[in-house]
Design a protein around this ligand. Structure first.
Ligand code: G
Ligand code: MN
Length: 375
């Protein structure tokens, strides 16, 4: 409990202790946060206007320490915007001063139960393996995103050239050590909801640049680049992390999401090419972008989506589509990588169709280092 008025603090403390609660009572936010870092709390009860820290800032700090603990705000000056914002940031409720003992105790009891339920929900998700992405309030999402961002690392998956059994390159896939945002799509989803997706791209590129010194000679580096990343000035600044490797970097722009303004995209791509980078259109055959990405990005490389590949050995329709795509790309002088190859039967069917650059679990899983592929 945080309350800067000593008299009110003593009073609330007495109510809570009489009701059987163990109370850590604090005059300022910092010491309350220290207390929270040191141990567990069932409820946080705080005045909305604390000296030295705004209510929202305090909520953020609480969520950075505990994703579930309910926060009850008490306020003498209920400006509506603050209260609404606070609720969006995860305050369970705000109470107007003066608060009566019975009301306060009711709310604390209710919040304690809700907090317990939130914790159980998280445990249930872990047990059942469901998705985290929509869970929690904005402050909790921010806390998870911060942790994810601080622990971003690139996983490298080999792309092979089958005809001479060499490594064509490695694709850098976005990963983080934050357990509540395990997969790239969860991370990117969180980044988009917070309007911070470009920070993920920057962190990924920094990680790739750190690892690049160990890249086997001649191998290219394929780096995923979201539609919004493509417009990030960070790609173009003089000290951009990947510039030293530009001639070996191929940016993969997905066909899954629309390109935004195609002419603007084309302009950015031209600037990237001037710096030595190449461009691939990723997930070809999965997106609804039609010709747009191919037309405006004029990629050196295209990557066929793994959805097309699954079962290619048993499905003549897939073989027809892939065969035609390979032939067309050859005519357009685009290299074609086929993704998601999992079985020897799929591999053989693809080779028969003229496929040579392949990627998938059959040749290697994404890993922390540049592992040699298995042929
Ligand atoms: O959209 P993009 O092509 O960047 O996504 C690649 C994703 O596909 C990565 O998350 C990677 O782990 C996964 N992946 C790579 N190879 C295979 C594979 O052979 N099978 C399946 N199911 N997934 C794969
Ligand atoms: Mn990709």
């Amino acid at each position: 409990m945080v309350e800067d008025d000593a008299e009110v603090r003593a009073l609330i403390r007495a109510w809570l202790e009489t009701a059987g609660y163990e109370v850590g009572s604090h005059a300022d936010a910092e010491s309350a946060l220290e207390d929270l870092s040191a141990g567990h709390a069932d409820v946080v009860l705080t005045d909305i206007s604390l000296p030295g820290m705004s209510g929202i800032e305090f909520l953020r700090e609480v969520r950075a320490r505990d994703l579930d603990v309910p926060v009850l705000l008490v306020t003498g000056d209920p400006r509506l915007e603050t209260a609404i914002e606070a609720v969006e940031y995860g305050a369970a409720r705000y109470l107007l001063k003066p608060v009566h003992a019975s009301r306060l105790l009711d709310e604390v009891r209710r919040a304690t139960r809700l907090g317990g339920l939130a914790r159980l929900k998280r445990e249930a998700l872990l047990v059942s393996g469901l998705h985290w992405s929509q869970l929690g309030d904005r402050a909790a999402l921010e806390a998870r995103f911060e942790r994810a961002l601080a622990s971003v690392w690139p996983a490298f998956q080999p792309i092979v050239r089958l005809s001479d059994r060499t490594v064509y390159g490695y694709e850098a896939l976005l990963r983080s050590d934050e357990p509540t945002l395990p997969a790239a799509e969860d991370l990117l989803g969180a980044g988009e909801r917070l309007g911070r997706a470009v920070e993920l791209g920057r962190a990924l590129r920094r990680g790739v640049a750190r690892a690049a010194a160990n890249l086997p000679p001649d191998a290219l580096l394929f780096v995923n680049c979201g539609a919004e990343d493509l417009f990030d000035e960070d790609l173009l600044v003089a000290d951009a992390s990947l510039h030293p490797w530009a001639s070996r970097v191929v940016f993969e722009v997905t066909e899954r999401a629309p390109l935004g303004s195609p002419t603007r995209a084309a302009k950015h791509v031209a600037r990237l090419r001037k710096l030595g980078y190449r461009i691939a259109v990723d997930d070809l055959g999965a997106g609804y972008a039609g010709l747009s990405a191919l037309l405006h990005l004029d990629p050196e490389v295209v990557k066929l989506d793994m959805g097309l590949v699954r079962g290619v050995d048993t499905d003549p329709a897939r073989r027809r589509v892939i065969g035609s795509m390979l032939a067309l790309c050859r005519d357009l002088s685009m290299e074609t990588i086929i993704e998601g190859v999992q079985t020897e039967a799929e591999r053989d069917a693809l080779v028969e169709l003229g496929g040579d650059l392949l990627q998938g679990y059959l040749f290697g899983r994404p890993g922390r280092t540049f592992e040699p592929p298995t042929f």
